[in-house]
Write a protein that binds this ligand. Sequence first.
Ligand code: PMP
Ligand code: GLN
Length: 384
Amino acid sequence: VAQRVASFGTTIFTEINQLAQQHSALNLGQGKPDFDTPPEIVEAVVQALRAGNLNQYAPGDGTPALRQAVADHAARFYQVEVDPLRGVVVTSGATEGIFAAILGLVDPGDEVIVLEPFYDSYVPNILMAQAVPVYVPLHPPHWQFDPDELRAAFSKKTRAVILNTPHNPTGHVFSREELSFIAELCLEYDVTVIADEVYEHLTFGEAQHLPIASLPGMFERTVTVSSSGKLFSATGWKIGWVYGHPDLIEGVRRAHQFITFSVHHPTQEAIAFALNLPNDYYQDFRQLYAEKRDLLRSALDAAGLRYAVPDGTYFIMADYSALFAGSAVEFTRYLIQEAGVACIPPDSFYSPAHAHLAQGYARFAFCKSDEMLHQVHERLLLLH
Ligand code: PMP
Ligand code: GLN
């Protein structure tokens, strides 16, 4: 294989899925709903498939209906004004959106700041772009950055920061204060933010998602990435998008046209329909997950696992140190084999130098049926 990919192993998600299957474990590993996409959204794809004119290449930047829906959604929820013609690119999931943003906006040798733990595709993306990741840890139990550590990571070489809020795997939702601190540094050092907001509608209680693009002076220097996978429980469709100031989106567009050119056409029409659903959809979605979060919480409580209650996403980072002495990978194996419950060891969300910070933690996903979450509770009880 090429040197570019020689250091990349198999993703942790694939590894844990295989192990969970071997042991018939209840799989709270990969963030993938075990229930289906809402029927009216599936119906919208069926209609698009049958429309007679939507089964050929879509326009490269995305269908006009979806680009308009992305712009309308940003205006409705965040009062952010987006140009649907020149300010949106539809990508193959947020995964391609992030990669196209890095390839289109970061030069070889530039530094890109990444908060640890990070979603596992960021660093391989940065390395494939021949850029240099610079790591800043989020500290448990509340997964906040140390302002001095963040400031120290910025330099003349910094080109971009990847900011994921609500944050996978910790569930942290960045506050206005935290975002303003990041924004000030980006303004001072002339840095672009790649904002990964795929969990934008998954916040609980008082917590509110705030796009960094909505802060003063930040729209011009932020590309925001999101996707339909989480929002419409349609992770298999891989429809994502990037929006921002047309000058930045131009970079994303140039990369995207030679990565995938365009993405699945009929599902774009269905996602345009889904993004336009009334506020009730979004409220019910949040409520559904608030209840699932509580089911997982009581299961983890039953096992004596401790955690900071997540304000967002569908993950809980649990501290297993009171229960098990060993690495996160060892704990995951133990839990799969002894309890029949799979989780994700967060080692792949850290740089090698900071992998020790993963020690003591494991990520559990609660995007699962209530029945499964009840069964997890029963199995974890037996650990005691
Ligand atoms: N970013 C984060 C933080 C994620 O958790 C995921 C996983 N869904 C992605 C990006 C990738 O999203 P998509 O499936 O739309 O490519
Ligand atoms: N985003 C999901 C997670 O964090 C799944 C990602 C993947 O399978 N690549 O679990």
